[in-house]
Design a protein around this ligand. Sequence first.
Ligand code: XIL
Length: 371
Amino acid sequence: MKFLAPQAAHGYYAFLALALAGLAPGCKKRAVQPPAAVVSTLKSAAPFPMGSAVVSGSLQNNYYYQGTLLAEYNSITSDYELKFNIVEPQQGVFNYTPGDYIVSFAAQHHLRMHGHNLIWHQALPDWVLHFQGDSAAWENLFKTHIEGEAAHYKGQVNSWDVVNEALRDDNGALRNMDGKPGDGAGSVWRQHLGPDYIARAFQYAHEADPNALLFYNDYGQEWGGLKLDSMIALVTGLKKRGIPISGIGMQMHIDINADTAGISAALKRLAATGLLVHVSELDIAVNPGNNPNIVFTSALQLQQAALYQFVAESYRANVPAAQRYGITTWEFSDADSWIPSFYGRKDWPLPFDAAYKKKPAYYGLMKGLKD
Ligand code: XIL
């Protein structure tokens, strides 16, 4: 900026004062307009889509929810209503009512629609968990579900998480139900369909909706180690074989103690696969120790804000523009986060507070998106 000599500056400010008052020579007197407010939103600040997980009930009934979502976001992901237990509660009986609401809401408001998910070892109805049948019967169940759901939303869903969380946390092997220690919640899919079920899930989804972008989605990439190695091996292997995979989802359910170097390293390695990279379920918990007496102090708020900023900056720094599928938060208000009920504790993981007001986390995220 050029500085004016004090005299000239004085004249300039005197003129400005007169002009504002409408009294400068040559100025017609008219009402002084305040400068237009510069309104910044997440979607306008981000050089890529900004998404949120959503539920149909809140889209219908909660004005704060709908208003905030439409102001700030341009992409949505179904939170739980496109999962297996909702969509096919009994074999061959499909229930698309809540999912259809979400998908048509996206179309009506010109939002990108990301479907979550076709195959997961959780959110399964009892009939699947107790299904008795040989491998052909299991394959038929699996194929029918994927094709039924992907075909129902053909042309209306931009992308799918085809397979969610197939890998073990401890050693990156495929979840199974072979009783080996460390398997955690094993997978009936691997148990009954064999190790190549992931590739077939992508093929079935692609046949049903050839234009949808197909993702493998998981958590824990930021830990590095065997789980990340094996995820990279999985997706690069699929890609090499010509299996129609377009991207990888990094859930990023992290907490304020997350290792920032691990986040950047994972983003870099995921980007090096050449696939699209979606930060697909971001939230930042502040009470990972389940402290029942925790208070969300301003120090914690600022720590959370700094980490939101870091995630956005690291995504921009490590993922080339052409591979950025965007950042999706898992809901956006602390009122709607899955963390308090899932972990049975107080927590405040999202950018908006429970009254849908912007938190420091929001401003941290905003800063990371554009600075
Ligand atoms: C969560 C939903 O938000 C909850 O409503 C549900 O009770 C449990 O699942 N990883 C995922 C998401 O891939 O599907 C999960 O969503 C959160 C963890």
